[in-house]
Design a protein around this ligand. Structure first.
Ligand code: WT7
Length: 653
């Protein structure tokens, strides 16, 4: 591999950022040598009701497994994100909301946000939602989403946000899994000029096993479209908001009380309910938002992530609002009305910090630079990237065109499970290498281990499985209702360490380069999908015997979805069946899981014990037919010839 280009620290940032290289090193060393002192000091950024006396109490060892931070402290996350700013920032804008239609916008100050949240929290209480209850939130990118989330935090209800792009069936599973009696949705969402039938999806989700679980729902009127309605179960948001008082007392929460559940795919068919708690998560969200983006008062901060993903939780809501920031919330898509939209929004609100995903950059790259160049973007200072490795071409395009070579790009590595960013450059500190997330943040102890679980000597060039040797405050605490699965998934392959499921390389300067998932998870447009989930959707079709799904390199999405499908002997493959299968997956999971390619397979490559050899399928899907590797251990090596032949038809289809 050729030496990557190195981008030194920008002169215009020198002396203006929180950190210098020396200060980073000093803080980092302290955070590793004396985590208690470091995290005690950093926790002072929040307002506590009862101060904590214990800071860190964690063990990854099976016999005595526990993760607790600030365990005897109490606080309220909503208070920290809103109430405490009222004194000197009440009239400051908290949210610039930009609608899908460029003519639609709303400005919400901290004072107004506080009122709306307090009222909605009272609505929840009026409907018997209490501390510890799970509230499912299935909303588009409208201010009410943030209001609902923080209203839950205010009264200690656990929110479970389900991405509005997920199907009715996915929603059903998530309501069922966390036994959620209450839901907040909208009549319809609007994206790219198209309507999304959210309430209708909810209705469909309630046809099955979630029917007897969900008791009530609140519906925000976004479009006024025709929707199904059930008296006594369904309530309009605006009507309920008129019935309640403006004052809403705060619930005092233990630092380790749950704040939210967010479902994410794993290598088995069933998504996991990742549980985050209150104190450690919020300390970590606020700290990383401030340091990684060098956030200062006066910055206008925009993270484009949907609130349905963890990036939307930590870096569109909790982190920036805990820091009293002004955020942009955008309802629409980057290409509507045209591919200039993002940059027009940057100019309209004078955005200074902009955080997005590589897949967005690649999709805009394809549209050409004219759409960028006709905007100013002079307000921008810091850029961010998250969700998947950013390829150097996309990095450079982002850097040169969007940032005009003035703005460093923070490539931030983290996961739903980690709560916040773990590996990232820092402005003013880190020379950048396109494609590398660079160095660990404070308190983060990454290491690379080989398949035997042995740590590959630190401070050397190496490649292996990316693990974390110690806990950090933002770490997930459990899989909701399934502690055993939590320990099995993350702490069993490599005992005593947290295993991320990612592979990584470390170069001789110590920069980390994430190489991608090493488990049966694929990353499509920065969104995580378990191959088993897609397979079980395909297998549900009566004509399908079995299927195997793998990722393959995709120009825009990073990874695309490639499905090998075996049909019953008497069923002939057809174009209409291909469409049916695609439809089925969209219905069962959502549009993000749409297979890009379906290859008919007379059989799948299996070992003699019946295990599918995905390694071979990945090679075929990637069109690396010359390097299939050893196939002699297959039960029937001839299957491979057939697959290779059929691959050509699939690709040309
Ligand atoms: C997986 C986590 C964390 C928010 C978005 C996705 C991949 C994430 C990067 C990055 C390389 C990255 C990893 C990780 N990933 N950020 N900067 N460079 N890979 O959250 O759905 O929990 O997915 O996304 O593979 O394990 P998620």
């Amino acid at each position: 591999m050729s030496e990557p280009k190195l981008y030194p620290i920008h002169n215009h940032l020198k002396g203006k950022t929180f950190f210098t290289a020396e200060k980073y090193q000093r803080f980092y060393n302290e955070s590793i040598e004396n985590p208690e002192a470091f995290w005690a000091k950093e926790a002072c950024r929040l307002d506590w009701m009862q101060p904590f006396t214990k800071v860190k109490n964690t063990s990854y060892h099976k016999e005595d497994f526990h993760i607790r931070w600030y365990e005897d402290g109490t606080l309220n996350a909503c208070y920290n994100c809103v109430d405490r700013h009222l004194k000197d920032k009440g009239d400051q804008v908290a949210i610039f909301w930009e609608g899908d239609n460029p003519e639609d916008s709303r400005t919400i100050t901290y004072k107004e946000l506080h009122q709306e949240i307090s009222k909605f929290a009272n609505v929840l209480r009026m409907h018997d939602v209490h501390k510890g209850d799970r509230v499912t939130i299935y909303l588009p990118m409208i201010p009410e989403a943030i209001i609902a989330i923080l209203a839950c935090a205010r009264i200690g209800a656990i929110h479970s946000v389900v991405f509005a792009g997920f199907s009715a069936e996915s929603l059903e599973g998530r309501i069922f899994d966390c036994d959620s009696h209450f839901l907040v949705t909208a009549d319809e969402g609007v994206r790219g000029g198209k309507k999304i039938p959210l309430k209708k999806n909810v209705e469909e989700a309630l046809q099955g096993k979630a029917a007897h679980i969900l008791k009530k729902m609140i519906v925000v009127k976004r479009t006024g479209g025709d929707i199904p309605w059930q008296e006594k179960r369904d309530f309009w948001y605006h009507e309920e908001m008129d019935k309640v008082a403006i004052d809403c007392p705060l619930e005092e929460m233990g630092a380790e009380d749950p704040l939210f559940i967010l479902y994410t795919s794993g290598s088995t068919g069933k998504p996991k309910g990742v549980l985050h708690t209150t104190g450690g998560y919020l300390v970590y969200a606020a700290l990383t938002h401030q340091y990684v983006f060098d956030y200062h008062p006066g910055d206008i901060y925009w993270c484009t992530a949907d609130i349905g993903w963890v990036t939307g939780h930590t870096y569109s809501i909790y982190g920036p609002l805990a820091n009293g920031a002004t955020i942009v919330l955008f309802e629409g898509v980057p290409q509507y009305p045209d591919a200039s939209r993002f940059w027009k929004i940057v100019d309209k609100y004078k955005v200074t910090i902009f955080y997005t995903a590589p897949t967005v950059i690649r999709s805009l790259m394809r549209e050409g630079t004219d759409f960028v160049q006709k905007t100013s973007r002079a307000s921008l200072r810091i850029l961010g990237s998250v969700g998947e490795p950013i390829n150097p071409e996309a990095w450079e395009w982002y850097y040169d065109n969007v940032g005009n070579g003035r703005c460093p790009i923070m490539d931030t590595w983290w996961q739903t499970e980690t709560g916040g960013i773990l590996i990232s450059a820092l402005p003013g500190v880190t020379p950048l290498k396109p494609g590398s997330a660079t160095f660990p943040l404070f308190g983060v102890k990454p290491a690379l281990v080989n398949h035997k679980g042995q740590i590959i000597e630190n401070n050397s060039e190496a490649e292996g499985n990316l693990v974390l040797l110690d806990s950090w405050p933002g770490q997930m605490r459990t899989v909701y209702g399934d502690q055993e699965r939590f320990i099995k998934t993350y702490f069993t392959d490599f005992p005593g360490m947290y295993f991320s499921g990612d592979g990584a390389r470390r170069d001789k300067e110590g920069n980390y380069w994430i190489t991608g998932r090493v488990d049966d998870v694929i990353n499509v447009s920065g969104h995580r999908l378990g191959t088993a989930e897609v397979e079980s959707a395909l297998d549900a079709h009566p004509k399908v015997v079995e299927s195997a799904v793998v990722g393959f390199p995709h120009d825009i999405k990073g990874q695309g979805i490639y499905a090998f499908v075996t049909l019953h002997k008497k069923e002939p493959p057809s174009e209409s069946l291909r469409k049916e299968l695609i439809d089925l997956v969209r219905r069962k999971i959502g549009a993000i899981a749409t297979p890009d390619r379906i290859q008919w397979a007379s059989g799948l490559p299996k070992t003699r014990s019946g295990k599918i050899m995905r390694r071979i399928l990945r090679k075929i899907a990637a069109n690396e037919l010359e390097t299939l590797g050893d196939i002699s251990t297959l039960a029937d090596p001839l299957v491979v010839d057939d697959l290779v032949k059929n691959h050509k038809y699939t690709v040309s289809a």
